[in-house]
Design a protein around this ligand. Structure first.
Ligand SMILES: Cc1cc2nc3c(=O)[nH]c(=O)nc-3n(C[C@H](O)[C@H](O)[C@H](O)COP(=O)(O)O)c2cc1C
Length: 147
């Protein structure tokens, strides 16, 4: 699949996202670390924009250190996500474990997330009960920070 997409767009315009631990929709793997190592290693031959790794399980069922496995196997730009706060994200980047950190759920609840991180303003926590609603509620009604 990566070969096909890279053939159309060029490898540096393609990123791959893997979620080896996530048990969402009953997904399971008998060896998530081995799977991560294999997939990350196999992707080295493409000059991808990034490999994006979801580091944990939404439901906490499957637990393992897939970040270390991916870092050891993958030589390109590695992006991590899931539950990172600013300090941990900066640490992971400074240590060279990751080149990028993505923040998802807190971007829903903080429309000005970048400004809040830059100024160390407190973050609003997302309300998961409005994640999949069909209206503005939970999507566009979180306010920007005001002191
Ligand atoms: C409302 C919502 C929808 C999501 N939809 C998807 C999806 O379609 N595919 C996917 O791989 N991950 C999806 N995710 C998971 C996020 O990409 C991300 O891995 C997760 O929120 C953990 O990272 P975070 O702590 O930075 O939010 C979704 C998350 C949320 C909150």
């Amino acid at each position: 699949m990566v070969e096909a997409v890279v053939g159309v767009w060029g490898s540096d315009r393609v990123g791959v996202r893997i979620s080896p631990l996530n048990s969402y929709n009953s997904m399971r793997d008998s060896d998530p670390v081995g799977l991560t190592r294999y997939v990350a290693g196999a992707l080295n031959r493409f000059n991808l924009a990034y490999l994006h790794l979801m580091r944990a399980d939404f439901f906490g069922v499957q637990q393992a250190d897939v970040v270390s496995a991916a870092r050891a196997a993958y030589q390109g730009t590695l992006m991590g996500n899931m539950g990172y706060q600013k300090a941990e994200a900066e640490q992971a980047i400074n240590d060279g474990q990751l080149q990028l950190v993505a923040m998802g759920a807190v971007y829903i609840s903080n429309p000005d997330l970048v400004e809040r991180l830059a100024h160390d303003y407190p973050l609003a926590q997302p309300d998961s009960s409005t994640f999949y609603t069909q209206t503005a509620e939970g999507y566009t009604d979180y306010p920007a920070y005001s002191a």
